[in-house]
Design a protein around this ligand. Structure first.
Ligand code: NA7
Length: 535
């Protein structure tokens, strides 16, 4: 029997914040569009990342949609950095308020998509056996949505419970009275560790690389703070769209760290340490921190000093002091992270010095010791930026697979489009500012751009849009060259894919800034889609 094929104008993968806004815009255009979502609910990464302490590292008032004035005026965020469950509540509210659910098919995973050149349409298959034919195929699959699976020797022999921060169980595990071990000290672990330490009988942290983190100064939002936002939202959002990091709440400073005295620098760092609205704000205390190693050292040394001040035991403090420059990896934000190491029930283990040999029946064995554990938590990060896109078997023109094309690192035009893959768009894809910015600002910019592009195609009676090979090579070189001038370029971070064994090390996001990038995208659209071939 022939499979039933559903015909659509637009098929969107993922019902996170990108997919939700996209379907809203496609509905406005009057197109026949559908979202396929693997989870049973909206929210994307916020549906899965529900580990203790999970929050976004951008303030909630800004980590929210700006497209609807009514929405931003009516929604009440409880805290400066609201919890995951509140972010998920917001996603659900948006889905209901804009009547999006009837356009989303849940618990459905897209497994493959093949471009049919004879009809200029994508042929998309799901794990439930459904087949869709769509003119436009949009990957709104998120940048940090495929968690790295633990591949430690002996995992099967471990008799306790184990969990991944990136795929935390929906029924909260009871950690009370238990001996818990956590592997990893990135953003997720830095949020989880202080909360878990309060619940567990004992917490052992297995750290490979120490991280920089700044105090989040999280608090319940006052009615005055909310009022300020509500009255100034249009200005804040307008600024966010032009700023480097897509955040409108603070000013980027035009002064170089090396042009002022040591005392002035320290005063500036101290001020932002006590009041920074976000890690971005602290990390931008001076203009040259991200581009000049000597300037960077002044900021790095300031935070190293703070860690030594906060942590009582000098040996533990030294273990927590990063050697890398600040901004090498993503700068974290915390609530009492370093303070947690002053607790009697927390132990820090340096697994660079004493590597993990294997998991064993009763816990974990390093080269030096065996740790008895009831629970092991893997906070080991994500296959960032390309992981979720490569998880779908995408085949473009001439039988070319996207995964093969990207085997030496992602090649894109503007992080949105790929040569030989017509009518495919990647929201906040590699080659765009995405993870280097407030994702909400970048999601809205990409969705608006794609919406205008599809509208242009429909209005002009065109059926295929494809990035030219020259345009994508030029853009990908530009992405690399821009990154090469920054301190994070040679670092061992997930921005370059260094956290996934075997992944090609390439600087993936575009570090030219949200404002500059938006201008470039607008210019391309205004010029009649320069760098694209429309047919
Ligand atoms: P991150 O930031 O990639 O952190 C992962 C942590 O896990 C980091 O400390 C890693 O050490 C460590 N790790 C990774 N693999 C291993 C193995 N095999 N053994 C030991 N330790 C390991 O992921 P997060 O989830 O914390 O945060 C990701 C982003 O999500 C974050 O920046 C926010 O934007 C939201 P390493 O540094 O590689 O030595």
């Amino acid at each position: 029997m022939d499979q039933i094929k559903h015909e659509l104008d637009v098929l969107i993968v993922g019902a996170g914040f990108s997919g939700m806004y996209l379907i809203h815009k496609m509905k406005e255009l009057g197109l026949k569009a559908l979202v396929l979502e693997a989870a049973p609910e909206v929210g994307g990464t916020w549906y899965f990342n529900r580990y203790p302490g999970a929050r976004c590292d951008v303030e909630s008032m800004e980590y929210s949609y700006s497209f609807s004035e009514e929405l931003q005026q009516e929604w009440d965020w409880p805290q400066k950095y609201s919890e995951q469950k509140e972010i998920l509540e917001y996603a659900n509210h948006v889905a209901d308020r804009f009547n999006l659910r009837s356009h989303i098919k849940f618990s459905t995973k897209v497994i493959s998509a093949k471009f049919d050149e004879s009809i200029n349409m994508w042929n998309i298959k799901t794990d439930s056996g459904d087949v869709y034919i769509a003119r436009y195929f949009i990957m709104a699959t998120g940048t940090l949505s495929v968690p790295n699976k633990p591949k430690f020797e002996g995992l099967d022999s471990f008799k306790g419970e184990w969990y991944m921060t990136g795929n935390w169980p929906h029924e909260e595990p009871d950690l009370k009275g238990k001996k818990v071990g956590i592997i990893g000290t990135g953003s997720s672990a830095i949020q989880a560790i202080p909360v878990i330490a309060e619940k567990a009988d004992h917490l052992t942290v297995f750290q490979r690389t120490p991280q920089y983190s700044i105090p989040g100064l999280n608090h319940d939002l006052t009615s005055d703070e909310r009022k300020y936002f509500r009255e100034n939202y249009s200005e804040i959002r307008a600024k966010a769209r032009k700023q480097f990091g897509g955040i409108g709440l603070f000013e980027y400073i035009d002064t170089n760290a090396l042009d002022v005295s040591h005392e002035e620098r320290t005063a500036a760092y101290s001020k932002r340490w006590k009041s920074a609205a976000s890690p971005q704000e602290f990390g931008s205390t001076f203009k040259d921190i991200r581009i000049n190693m000597e300037a960077n050292a002044t900021a790095s040394d300031f935070v190293r000093g703070k860690i030594r001040e906060i942590v009582d035991d000098p040996t533990i403090a030294e273990m927590l002091v990063p050697e890398d420059p600040i901004w090498c990896k993503r700068l974290c934000v915390d609530t009492n992270y370093f303070q947690t190491y002053n607790r009697d029930n927390v132990t820090l283990v340096d697994i660079k010095k004493t590597p993990i040999k294997s998991l064993v029946e009763k816990g974990l064995e390093t080269s030096e010791d065996i740790y008895d554990l009831d629970v092991i938590i893997f906070a080991i990060g994500f296959d960032a930026l390309t992981g979720a896109i490569n998880a779908v078997d995408i085949e473009g023109k001439d039988g070319l697979k996207l995964k093969e094309k990207w085997s030496d690192g992602p090649i894109t035009y503007l992080g949105l489009s790929v040569n030989k893959f017509p009518n495919l768009f990647t929201i906040t894809g590699p080659g765009s500012p995405s993870v280097l910015s407030n994702m909400m600002t970048s999601i809205e910019q990409h969705v608006d751009w794609v919406t205008e592009c599809i509208k242009h195609m429909v209005d002009s009676g065109k059926v295929a849009i494809e990035a030219s090979s020259n345009a994508e090579i030029e853009w990908t070189d530009h992405v690399d060259e821009t990154a090469s001038k920054t301190v994070g370029y040679g670092c061992n971070s997930w921005y370059v894919g260094a956290n996934v064994p075997g992944k090609k090390v390439v600087y993936m996001p575009y570090i030219g800034g949200v404002g500059t990038y938006r201008e470039k995208c607008d210019e391309v659209a205004l010029s009649g889609y320069k760098g694209f071939h429309l047919s």
